[in-house]
Design a protein around this ligand. Structure first.
Ligand code: DP6
Length: 326
């Protein structure tokens, strides 16, 4: 089964000629229980379920309109056809087999270089903008599946709030999509901490493949992910912040441990990352409930409650705060 078959099955009976334009915003998301490892690389089907929280205000707006030739713009800059991002977008848009060339412009308000799952908000907003351009009126589930074909974590960016991506078991992935949890938690805060702007050495896609293939620690990952997912859902349902923070931090560190044990090794941390982790742990030694999570990059995302905003601002000057449920 390939991506094209999945798209065709979703678009059966849907309009195929574009309107004048389609625009949509999708927020980025941060996984509290990570997606790391695929059971199907073509369809971005995960080995384990994952759970994320939306960055609500931080993400990508995409505008799509018919054009004379395919033209892609990112943050105001036209992409060269030879560039890898152009190629990746083109490969994605070609799945929809529209006869019309498209002008696609994405604008992201996530700090550049934050390694902040920008591909998630890009592909989710592209899927949403296509839905509007063609007036498909797809449901959230179908949109999530289409976003996943662009980037796995994008399937968690169709909805806001907490989103659970159930791994599913169908070979065609029709049961593998992001579904929002009903819970709202207005006191939660996320702090974006840029510790290094250095380009990462390896993308998450090849890194997770290498981990799955060579890391002896990866054998423990599916059990850990299942346990953490259950704990996080309990923590969310019971508004137990300490449990949420501890579980998310442990999950991120375990994911990084699987990477470090790959060969050749994958280590995204910079000295500044470790320094920031130690500062978080020092705050906890002082009794402050501040935790972190990290993705495939050197930067930290802090997790804390509104009441600790001053503590976080004091310890991490320049941190960018997001209120995911405000
Ligand atoms: C570390 O979704 O970028 O951010 O499916 O290959 O596009 P592809 O990978 P991607 O991987 C994200 C990995 C992560 C963890 C997460 O977001 O769950």
């Amino acid at each position: 089964l390939n991506k094209r078959d999945v798209v065709e099955s979703i678009l059966t009976g849907k309009p195929r000629s574009p309107g004048r334009s389609g625009q949509a915003f999708a927020a980025a998301n941060i996984a509290l229980c990570k997606y790391w490892g695929k059971r199907d690389e073509e369809l971005n089907l995960p080995l384990t379920s994952s759970l994320s929280i939306s960055l609500r205000t931080h993400g990508t707006t995409t505008d799509i309109e018919p054009a004379d030739a395919d033209e892609y713009w990112m943050n105001g800059e036209r992409l060269a056809p030879a560039s890898p991002i152009f190629q990746r977008l083109k490969e994605y848009l070609d799945l929809f087999a529209t006869e019309t060339p498209l002008r696609v412009a994405t604008q992201s308000n996530i700090p550049i270089g934050a390694g902040l799952a920008s591909s998630a908000s890009v592909f989710a907003s592209v899927a949403l903008a296509l839905d509007r351009l063609f007036d498909w009126r797809l449901d959230r589930r179908a949109l999530s599946i289409l976003a996943r074909l662009g980037s796995g974590s994008a399937c968690r960016s169709i909805d806001g709030g907490f989103v659970e991506w159930r791994a599913g078991t169908d070979p065609d992935g029709m049961d593998s999509y992001g579904a929002p949890l009903p819970d709202r938690w207005p006191e939660l805060r996320i702090g974006l901490l840029l510790v290094s702007k250095e380009a990462k050495s390896i993308g998450s896609r090849p890194a997770m493949k290498r981990t799955r293939e060579t890391s002896v620690l990866y054998t423990a990952w599916p059990d850990q992910a299942a346990r953490d997912l259950a704990r996080l859902k309990e923590a969310i349902a019971g508004r137990d912040f300490v449990r949420l923070g501890e579980t998310a931090e442990a999950n991120a560190l375990a994911m990084h441990a699987t990477m470090i044990a790959t060969w050749p090794p994958v280590l995204y941390w910079r000295p500044e990352s470790v320094e920031a982790m130690r500062r978080v742990w020092a705050l906890r030694d002082e009794g402050k409930a501040v935790y972190f999570t990290m993705d495939a990059g050197p930067n930290l995302k802090l997790l804390y409650r509104e009441t600790d905003q001053a503590v976080v601002d004091g310890a991490f000057p320049g941190v960018e705060t997001i209120a995911p449920f405000a």
